[in-house]
Design a protein. Structure first.
Length: 198
């Protein structure tokens, strides 16, 4: 509190300072309102997308990964519901299993299940989806994605995992609308058998 020099009376504040106090109160209210809106949006988005920690919800014995279902058969499989697929992937130094492309249908939910045999790896499909997982030994990282950009796309390990890290990549092949992975596999088999016959 300020006082008038030589007296104990409080000094009169100019009107502009009293108005400043009112403005400060309004800015505080606006700031608090923005914070409440932000927290509400984050919570609503989390609940709407059923967001959970990408790794840690499910654990696996890292010494027995290749003997534990579904990781004993890595690949892309049609789910029992007939409308979605599961991609089972194992990351290891310096590659991914299964070898070759993951083949997925156009605009169909694909549930990725990824784990590591050895060290921390990454699993990212840049430019075509929001698939970006940290893959830890002993944990199963999971995410569901849809792909609407047909073609062959890169899958990268984006966590440094050793001297051959920059070689650690594979691909995902998104099929044309209406084509299924089963049809694609049959075409590939026909193509291979024609090559062998020639």
């Amino acid at each position: 509190m300020t006082t008038t020099p030589g007296t104990n009376k409080p000094a009169e504040l100019p009107a502009r300072f009293e108005k400043l106090d009112t403005l400060e109160k309004w800015w505080m209210r606006i700031g608090i309102a923005m914070l409440v809106v932000f927290v509400t949006l984050v919570v609503a988005d989390t609940l709407r997308h059923d967001t959970k920690h990408a790794h840690g919800a499910t654990t696996i014995n890292p010494a027995k990964v290749t003997q534990t279902a579904p990781f004993d058969k890595p690949g892309v499989y049609k789910n029992e519901d007939g409308t979605s697929y599961t991609a089972v992937v194992i990351a290891y130094t310096f590659g991914f299993m299964p070898q070759g492309d993951l083949v997925v249908p156009y605009d169909t939910p694909v549930h990725f299940k990824v784990t590591s045999l050895d060290v921390v790896h990454g699993f990212q499909i840049p430019g075509t989806s929001n698939v970006n997982l940290e893959v830890l030994p002993g944990h199963v990282s999971e995410m569901v994605a849809r792909f609407t950009d047909p073609g062959r796309h890169l899958i990268l390990c984006h966590e440094y995992c050793g001297s051959g890290h920059h070689f650690m990549a594979t691909h995902i092949r998104v099929l044309e609308k209406g084509e299924t992975p089963e049809e694609y596999a049959a075409k590939q088999e026909d193509h291979e058998s024609m090559k062998d016959a020639a």
